[in-house]
Design a protein. Structure first.
Length: 257
C-alpha cells in the first residue's frame, strides 16, 4: 500500500479551518471526500502538516495518506482537482517512502502574515490581507520581530484554548519586509501554538504604529502573559507558505503543476 504526499493550496475564507469538524466545511473534509470517492474507500484517512484555523490560507499545506491502491501521481492530481471546489487545489502528488507522515515527519513550517497599509483596500487583495489604514514603521517592526528568534516560552502569544504539549517553541526565522503598501511578517518554526503567529502579528502592529518600542517584545515574551501582548490579528492575513522536511529519496518523481 503506497504512501502519498500532496501539496495543497487553498483559500481559507469559507472554511472552518483545515481539520474536519462536525457540521462545518473544512479543507480536510473536502479532500477526504474526494479521495474516498476516487479510491472507493470510506475509511481512508488523511493527515495534514498544520491545522490552519478558520479563514487562514495555504500555498504549501502538505497532506499524506496510505492508499489501498496505487494511482500514477499525475493522474491522481488531475482526478482530485476535478473533484475539489475551486478554492482548493492539489499542486503536486508524490509517492513517498513508507512511514512518511505529513505532520510527524515535518521539521519546520513557514507562515507569512500580510498587512496592507493606506486608505484603499483593493478588492483584489482584500481576502488575503489585514487592512490597516494608519502608517506603520516596518523597520521598528523588524527589530521587534528579531527578538523572537531562537527558543522561548511563547505563552504570551497563545490562544486560551491552546492544548499544545509544550509552550516552548524555536523560531529559525522572524522578519518583517515591506514592498509598496504591503508589510509582511514571515516566520519559520518547528511548530506553533494556536493563534501564535496572529498574536505576534497583532503585537508587531502595536510596535509599527508607535504604541510600543521594539524592545517591548522581550518584555512580552518574559511575561508569559497573553494579556501583555497585542491583539490577535485577523485570520485572512495569514498564509501557510511551506512545510519543511528532511531530504529523503522519493519513490516517484514529483508531478509538475
Amino acid at each position: 500500500m503506497p504512501t502519498y504526499r500532496l501539496v495543497v493550496e487553498y483559500v481559507g475564507t469559507r472554511y472552518a479551518g483545515w481539520q474536519v469538524q462536525p457540521n462545518s466545511p473544512t479543507v480536510q473534509g473536502e479532500l477526504l471526500s474526494s479521495l474516498r470517492r476516487l479510491f472507493d474507500e470510506p475509511g481512508l484517512l488523511v493527515a495534514g502538516a498544520a491545522r490552519t484555523d478558520a479563514g487562514v490560507h495555504a500555498r504549501g499545506q502538505v497532506a499524506s495518506f496510505v492508499s489501498p491502491g496505487e494511482w500514477e501521481p499525475r493522474r491522481l492530481r488531475r482526478a482530485l482537482n476535478g473533484n475539489l471546489p475551486e478554492d482548493i487545489a492539489v499542486a503536486s502528488v508524490e509517492i513517498v517512502p513508507d512511514g512518511f507522515h505529513a505532520r510527524r515527519s515535518a521539521i519546520g513550517r513557514v507562515y507569512r502574515y500580510q498587512i496592507l497599509t493606506g486608505e484603499v483596500l483593493t478588492p483584489f487583495l482584500a481576502p488575503f490581507v489585514h487592512h490597516f489604514r494608519p502608517p506603520l514603521d516596518p523597520a521598528a517592526m523588524g527589530r521587534a520581530a528579531g527578538h523572537l528568534l531562537g527558543e522561548h516560552d511563547f505563552s504570551a502569544f497563545r490562544a486560551a484554548a491552546d492544548v499544545s504539549a509544550t509552550r516552548v517553541k524555536r523560531l529559525a526565522r522572524s522578519e518583517v519586509t515591506a514592498e509598496g503598501a504591503i508589510i509582511a511578517y514571515t516566520v519559520q518554526g518547528t511548530s506553533f501554538l494556536q493563534h501564535m503567529v496572529r498574536a505576534i502579528a497583532g503585537s508587531l502592529i502595536d510596535v509599527g504604529r508607535g504604541h510600543r518600542p521594539p524592545d517591548w517584545m522581550l518584555q512580552v515574551l518574559r511575561s508569559r502573559d497573553r494579556c501583555a501582548a497585542g491583539p490577535t490579528a485577523p485570520a485572512r492575513g495569514l498564509c501557510l507558505e511551506s512545510v519543511i522536511y528532511p531530504e529523503a529519496p522519493l519513490l516517484a518523481e514529483r508531478s509538475g503543476r
